[in-house]
Structures are given as structure tokens and as C-alpha cells.
Design a protein around this ligand. Sequence first.
Ligand SMILES: *Cc1c(COP(=O)(O)O)cnc(C)c1O
Length: 397
Amino acid sequence: MTDFTKTKAMFDIPAGVIYLDGNSLGPLPKDAPVRVANMLKDEWGEMLISGWNKAGWMEQPTRVGNRIASLIGAEENSVVMGDTLSIKVYQAVASALELNPERKVILSDNGNFPTDLYMTGGLIRSLNDGHQLQTVNPEDVEDAIDDTVAVLLLTEIDYRTGRKHDMKRLTEKAHAAGVITIWDLAHSAGALPVKLSECNADFAIGCTYKYLNGGPGSPAFIYVAPRHADKVRPALSGWLGHDAPFAFDLDYKAGRGIERMRVGTPPVIALTVLETALDIWDMADINDVRTKSIELCDLFIKEVEARCPQLTLDTPRDGAGRGSQVSFQFADGYAAMQALIAHGVVGDFRAPDTMRFGFTPLYIDKTDVLAAVDILENILTNSLWDTAEFKTKSAVT
Ligand SMILES: *Cc1c(COP(=O)(O)O)cnc(C)c1O
């Protein structure tokens, strides 16, 4: 059993704050500042350029990738780190389309995170080969899968509502129709058990600054099923994905397996923070995290519905049908969230009217949930949000 008191003690959360926004940006692992300071002094400072060999910087993207692999049910050496999730969307869609050259449709849903759709649109424009992006309602995805579709691009957990797609069933249906699948795990990795290998997923991508707590801008990951890894052609054919980067050959030859999905120089400092964050995951069992997360979300839903009738639940009630967040709709949700934050409960807001709350058992417990609802109830009952101060929008919501 995971000892959640111990994991909670590993995070640096400011006094008086109940942090329900780990679904957007996980909090700081207490060990990170020292680890990074040591890396800067002992590795960069002392070793200078020899750090690439001596400190293992060059292998870091695959070393860290293997630690992520164990959290998402992926095979050894099937995940590599680098760049941002937006870039990984581009890489995955480009390679997936080449595996299905006769077909032109990329199917997604209109609950997907916009960058996944924007990046796909940009790729389609560059390809200039008649591809089209088709988006349907999330509940209509299954029926829209047919033999015209080249690639199914889905985010498993809806960033706004927390609704969960059935990865296994949709992947099976896609494969039966000859469709290549890409699963975006932005709100899955570290939130619930993912079984990429068992589901036979083709590609997966995700970020590490949400439930994995890698810090702002921490690098993304990409998974390619081992059966495809030596076949896929990288669209972002950078030198570090080359078979022999230091041969400086003028002709590109893709590296072995997942290595070919590397692009350029890895962000060593950011990866060091992420490695520190992943040490906490070594203390946790993702199945325990899931069980506790469902309990916390259920409790939050029950208490809010009983005490805050102004809010409307916008997340599946059934724990198995959602990720690790709960969303409520409220017309003045932006102002209400600002008031909540001012009172120490940090969640976030997604236009037009969604108040989002992420629950991460690694550092959130029942006491936090109940205390957060007390504050929310007070703000709503007394309309404490109804001031000019709380209605002024910031750039990041
Ligand atoms: C958070 C999120 C992103 C963010 O992409 P970045 O390139 O890391 O900014 C993309 N897609 C989904 C589904 C997300 O939830």
C-alpha cells in the first residue's frame, strides 16, 4: 500500500494553500532545488562538456522515458523524452499518417485540447496532400471510425470535463478498421493506470508538468509501439534522432527504435527536475493512486452538490468514467475561482464557465477536500466572488 502521508511530505506546498490544480501544474518536489543545484555545480560546473558522457546527459531522454514507461504500461525502451507536447502531437500524427498512406482522414473529437487540433491542422497544410481533420462529439467517436480514417487522435481524459475514453475498446475498433491510433495522455499519466501495451496502442504522447510534477515547461514524452518503432519515419528528423549523430553524415538515417523520435539537444536541467519528481512515484503504486483519487473526487462531488446548489456538475459521476479531476459549471466561474484562490483554494477556470479541480492523492487528502468545500460554500453563499477585483481576467486562467 502506498503511504500517502509520506508522499505528501515530499512536496513543497505553501502554508495555507489547498492545491487542487495539479492537473495543470504539479507542485514543487522538496528535493528538486538541491538536486538541481548539485547538478548545476557538480555536473555542468565541474564537468563542463564532458557531462554529456560522464554524467549521462546524452542517455537521459531514454533513461527518463523508461521511468515514464512503467507508469503508462509501456514496454522497455518504447518511450523517449523531449520538446513539448504540441511538438509530440506533430511528430506522432506525421509518422502515423505515413503508416496509412492511402487514407486522408484524421479523426478526433471536439473535446480535444485545441493545440492537438491546431498542430494537426498545421501539419495538414504542410503536407498539402488532401488530408482532412474530422472532429465529432466525444460520444460519437466510436461510430465515426471506419475504413476512410487513417489516424485516430484522441486525448484519453477530456481536459475540461474529465470524461474518459475507453482506450481498449476504441483501439480495438480502430484496428479492426485499419486505423492507426494516437493517445494523448496529458491528463492520464500519473492520474490513473494506463495500459498502452495491453491496449495495443500505436502511438502515445503526453506532458510531464501536470500529474507527474516535472515543473513548468518540463519535457514531453512520446511512445511508439515496438512493432512500429523501426518502421516509422520521423518528420522532425533532427540530428539526435540520427543513427550516428556524431558521424555528422550529410544523409539522414533514422536511429534505432524509439531513439529516432529524439530531435535536438535534450533539456538536461529540466529533465533533472523531472527525475527528482519521478523519485516520488517510486514510492507510489498507481493503482492505489487511482483508488484514492476516485474516493477524493466522489467525496468532493457529494459535498459540493449538497452544499453548493449554485454549481452544476460537468464530470461523469461514475468514477470509472472519468480521470482525476472534477469540473463544475457556474456562470460566474471565473470570478468564483479567483475568490477561491484568494482564500487559499487553488483550482482553475476554463472558458466559458468551467471551474476545474484536480485531485492528486500524492499530496491531497480528505481533510483538504472537506476544507476546500467549506471555503467554496462560504464564497458562493455570501457571493464573495461578486467584486470587480475577481472579475478582471489574467493572461493565464
Ligand atoms: C496540457 C495539454 C497540452 C499542452 O501542450 P504543450 O505543448 O505542453 O503546451 C496539449 N494537449 C493536451 C491534451 C493537454 O492537456
